[in-house]
Design a protein around this ligand. Structure first.
Ligand SMILES: O=C(O)CCC(=O)C(=O)O
Ligand SMILES: [Fe+2]
Length: 512
């Protein structure tokens, strides 16, 4: 096993298992040369593909479309492709269709471009999604006349409406300069189309990573050293208290490592290459920028002092932020008909905001109050949770909130239970891969209810009156740092770990 240093172990945090796809059905990607691209080139490339699309009316409040038809896409094009109709482009042309007669979750579809231009209605929908479900789709394409690559906070707001080009001029700061500049705030790094490009390139990199021989990958499993970064083998995690093994392998890359904030962790050659590190670094910055937009908006809605949430999540501070690829092959033959087979067990995310890219189905969430009641022969009522699929949509990421935000807000915001099962229908039999960015509070941040918001104070008081310590307020005021919380929960889900310690704010919602 490769060794980590003690400071690397200090950065150890969390990440739970999940499932990923793409083995037999690779994600549509333009060229592998993206792996060698600089950020600016990626933005340029985005623009040559026609990132601005026509105004696409008011489909915003719609949930994911339930059909998979009418794709006319050239499968060699990537997901930032120009679209004239927002709805005509929501299937992955190279993949078998997502089964359309399964229950799908009612995620709102939001547009990053609208959030960047401070569209009041879109902001309200984000607020609603974060309180009611804790999950939503985010369309990363540029909007009509709106660039998703421009800053929009404060004095820069107006520019998002006008002429700011989606691609920086050659004089624009290089990525490295941006990284070095403490001035740069989250929204300055937001470029939806470039993030889509980088995600696509990372799907390819992930496929190369997982194609390495297992013994080689296992050199980078740091679990026994108390770190959740690096590799987790297939079945090396558990999905329940009985110790049932999971059905995925994953690899966690630390943001601190790829941005040069901490020492480098040992990693396979394919990840050590400079172009891979640059790509991963850009993806961290880009995802973190999207998270910054969301945190800024939530902070305003919550009535917190300006910048309060963002200052707990600074890009260049040491945190458990990480990129994860999750790969889940079809279940072994003996379990192919086991309806209970889980690639990734049910969980809430431990951090603040998760940005997730999916191609094949399999992700499921348990929306609030979705249980089926059946009456048994003894006339006892049994309630069965009704899991709903999240249909993957091209050009979008799925965003979900984690437990840290539940704790900070005394339960005003929601982190929803989710899990991963084998893809349904025609997609069954495919290997699934997903790509995730987990944004988490800085290591030393104590996870407790934030001060400075009347709304949060009120919710906290209400929680106390109702008995406190329950599901909604995130389990009371146990004071624990983000670093400890994440480690405890991540390692608790490894085989041989302490399952009881892997629980989050889900309380009675999770199967014990
Ligand atoms: O693979 C997915 O779709 C979800 C992954 C996930 O929930 C996780 O890694 O926490
Ligand atoms: Fe998750």
């Amino acid at each position: 096993m490769a060794q980590t240093t003690s400071s690397q172990l200090g950065a150890a945090a969390i990440a739970h298992p999940s499932a990923g796809g793409g083995g037999e059905f690779p994600a549509p990607v333009p060229e592998l040369h993206h792996l060698n691209m600089g950020h600016d080139e990626a933005r340029q490339e985005g623009s040559t593909n026609g990132l601005h699309h026509d105004d696409d009316e008011d489909n915003d409040s719609k949930n994911a479309p339930s059909t998979n038809k009418d794709s006319t896409h050239d499968s060699t094009k990537d997901s930032t492709k120009h679209s004239t109709n927002d709805e005509d482009d929501l299937t992955f042309p190279d993949l078998p269709p997502f089964l359309d007669n399964v229950p799908t979750a009612p995620l709102l579809r939001l547009k990053l471009a609208k959030l960047l231009s401070h569209d009041a209605e879109e902001e309200e929908r984000l607020w609603q999604a974060c309180r009611e479900l804790g999950f939503f789709y985010l369309d990363l394409r540029s909007g009509p006349g709106i660039s998703t690559s421009s800053a929009s906070s404060g004095s820069k707001r107006d520019s998002a409406h006008s002429s700011s080009p989606p691609n920086p001029s050659p004089e624009t700061k290089t990525n490295a300069e941006e990284r070095d500049s403490e001035e740069v705030k989250g929204e300055d790094r937001v470029n939806g189309p470039a993030l889509l490009h980088d995600a696509t390139a990372l799907f390819h990199l992930g496929a190369r990573l997982f194609s390495l021989p297992t013994p080689e990958k296992e050199l980078y499993d740091f679990n026994s050293q108390g770190s959740y970064f690096g590799y987790k083998g297939l079945g090396a995690g558990v999905v329940d208290a009985k110790g049932t093994r999971d059905g995925n392998e994953f690899y966690n890359v630390s943001k601190n490592d790829v941005l040069g904030i901490s020492e480098r962790l040992p990693a396979p050659e394919v990840l050590r290459r400079e172009e891979s590190r640059r790509l991963l670094g850009r993806f961290c910055e880009g995802s973190h920028g999207v998270v910054g937009v969301i945190l800024g908006l939530l902070g305003r809605k919550l009535g917190l002092p300006k910048g309060r949430l963002e200052e707990l999540h600074r890009l260049r501070a040491v945190s458990g932020d990480q990129v994860r690829w999750v790969r889940s092959p079809p279940p072994p033959a003996s379990q192919q008909h086991d309806a209970k087979f889980l690639a990734l067990g049910e969980h809430t995310d431990f951090g603040s905001v998760t940005v997730l890219f999916n191609r094949l189905g399999g992700l499921q969430i348990l929306p609030p109050s979705t249980t089926t009641t059946t009456t048994t022969t003894n006339n006892n009522n049994n309630t069965t949770p009704e899991w709903h699929y999240v249909k993957p949509l091209p050009h979008h990421c799925v965003v979900n909130l984690g437990d840290a935000l539940v704790k900070f807000t005394a339960g005003i915001l929601r982190s929803n239970l989710h899990r991963v099962v084998p893809p349904p229908g025609e997609q069954a039999g495919a290997t699934r891969m997903s790509l995730v960015y987990f944004a988490r509070p800085e290591d030393e941040v104590v996870l407790k209810v934030l001060e400075g918001s009347g709304m949060i104070d009120e919710e906290k008081e209400k929680g106390k009156r109702d008995g406190g310590g329950g599901e909604k307020d995130g389990g009371g005021e146990e004071e624990i740092t983000a670093k400890e919380w994440i480690l405890r929960r991540a390692l608790g889900r490894r085989a041989g770990g302490d399952w009881e310690k892997s629980h989050g704010t889900e309380g009675a919602r999770v199967k014990q």
